[in-house]
Design a protein around this ligand. Structure first.
Ligand SMILES: *Cc1c(COP(=O)(O)O)cnc(C)c1O
Length: 437
């Protein structure tokens, strides 16, 4: 039983739940039974997670980029409750509803002008699957089925389903495990590091060479704009994105931008693509779409992509999840967007950027640290050797902060509503974790 007044659980009950979890419940990218016992969260409010023993942790991860407004947000709670009073769900085949239409209106008006058509997916991975399927169906509809490969860059992450894995970084994405079943796409080297770095003409020439060499078989280009997330937390110069836009135009292929991590202001612009002032032909959003309340994502495309697909064989886009456009998720997504736009999110993200920059200053001189970088509300400490996840988590928790490192990356993307004091705690925790290497 959770004691709601204290947000606390009896130690015996907590131990029982954790023991069952460890034996029976898969966690992300984990063995089973688990190697490290997960922390038991019994509640969350504002930017703080409450653990079973009553301890509170500032969530430095925004639940993986999603909880940009924090937890138990009155406006978002109210949106879910209002929609619950109508209907939690209804199928989307043959039916539609105000929650979905309202969200689609917002997405069309908020994304770059050419993006006018919205497909609702139930997770980011599915949104990318749909984007890939759109590109493939586009060429099938145009009578060019041999155009079935995608051009991408190394260091990317686009989700965990098989279509997505095939465009993830081949090493981080463990392509060797699935090499016999993954589609073979065209990989350019990773974009040179550094948002502010002088663009490397040789790299742009290499992108052009690859696009030209494979022009007859390319269905599209897919990348994360400006920030590569789970593939390595790398930032790259907007010029490379502009170069990819130009190549897509030159070869008449759709540019797919995966904004699932970068969207909704995280990088300091509303969309990652805004840094380069380009628009995608197909664009994926997810993660922060619902403010972290529910699983939902969307794939937007241009009139042209939609009309070619709809005029092709079968006359339809061949995708339709059971929980497509779930009303609860759609209602809370609209409320999250309205809340974001009602505040000065740009100022909030700038403030976080300044705070992370100041708080991590000097960390690059620590012996175990290879690089420190900050862009928008994203702070990254790259270490020389892979970190021990449990050790880093333990140090961060001693500082009252939740961090979840991977590989050689200790990083944070805090909720936009963090106070300066919260941010100080987060950077102190990051610094302490990096010092403890
Ligand atoms: C997280 C992520 C995905 C996958 O989204 P899920 O909701 O986890 O399926 C795809 N692309 C990018 C860029 C992401 O960060």
């Amino acid at each position: 039983m959770i004691d709601l007044r204290l947000g606390r659980m009896s130690p015996a009950e907590a131990a029982r739940l954790r023991a069952f979890d460890r034996e029976h419940v898969w966690h992300p990218y984990a063995p089973l039974p688990g190697a490290v016992e997960p922390e038991l969260v019994v509640a969350a409010s504002g930017v703080r997670l409450t653990l079973a023993d009553g301890a509170e942790l500032i969530d430095g991860m925004s639940s993986w980029w999603a909880a940009i407004h924090g937890y138990r947000v009155p406006e978002l709670d109210a949106a879910v409750t209002r929609q619950l009073g109508k209907n939690a769900h209804v199928m989307f085949g043959g039916l539609t509803h105000p929650a979905a239409i309202g969200l689609a209106e917002r997405l069309v008006s908020l994304t770059p002008e050419p993006l006018t058509k919205v497909f609702f997916a139930d997770s980011g991975s599915v949104a990318v699957e749909v984007a890939i399927k759109m590109a493939l169906q586009y060429w099938r509809a145009r009578g060019r089925p041999e155009r079935h490969r995608l051009l991408t860059v190394r260091g990317g992450y686009h989700g965990d389903t098989f279509g997505d894995m095939a465009v993830c970084d081949p090493v981080n994405g463990m392509h060797h495990l699935f090499s016999d079943v993954l589609a073979r796409h065209v990989f350019a080297p990773p974009p040179p590091l550094g948002y502010d770095a002088e663009p490397d003409a040789a790299y742009i020439a290499e992108l052009a060479r690859l696009a030209a060499e494979h022009a007859d078989e390319l269905a599209g280009i897919i990348v994360e704009p400006v920030v590569q997330g789970a593939g390595g937390m790398r930032f790259y110069a907007p010029e490379y994105l502009r170069a990819l836009r130009d190549l897509a135009d030159e070869h008449g292929i759709p540019l797919i931008l995966d904004e699932i991590a970068t969207g909704f202001g995280r990088t300091g612009e509303l969309w990652g693509a805004d840094h380069a002032e380009v628009a995608a032909d197909i664009m994926c959003v997810g993660k922060a779409l619902t403010g972290g309340y529910m699983t939902m994502a969307a794939t937007l495309c241009t009139d042209e992509v939609a009309s070619v697909i709809s005029g092709g064989e079968g006359g339809a886009l061949m995708h339709g999840p059971t929980f497509m456009a779930n009303p609860l998720a759609a209602a809370v997504a609209s409320a999250s967007i309205d809340l974001l736009l009602s505040r000065d999110w740009r100022d909030e993200v700038d403030r976080i950027e300044a705070s992370l920059t100041a708080g991590l200053a000097g960390a690059e001189d620590l012996p175990g640290v290879a690089d420190v970088r900050v862009l928008g509300a994203i702070g990254v400490v790259e270490t020389r050797e892979p970190v021990d996840v449990a050790t880093v988590q333990g140090v961060a928790m001693d500082h009252g902060v939740w961090l979840r490192p991977f590989g050689r990356l200790i990083y944070t993307m805090p909720p936009y509503v963090c106070t300066d004091d919260d941010l100080d705690h987060i950077t102190e925790a990051l610094y302490a974790a990096a010092s403890a290497l």
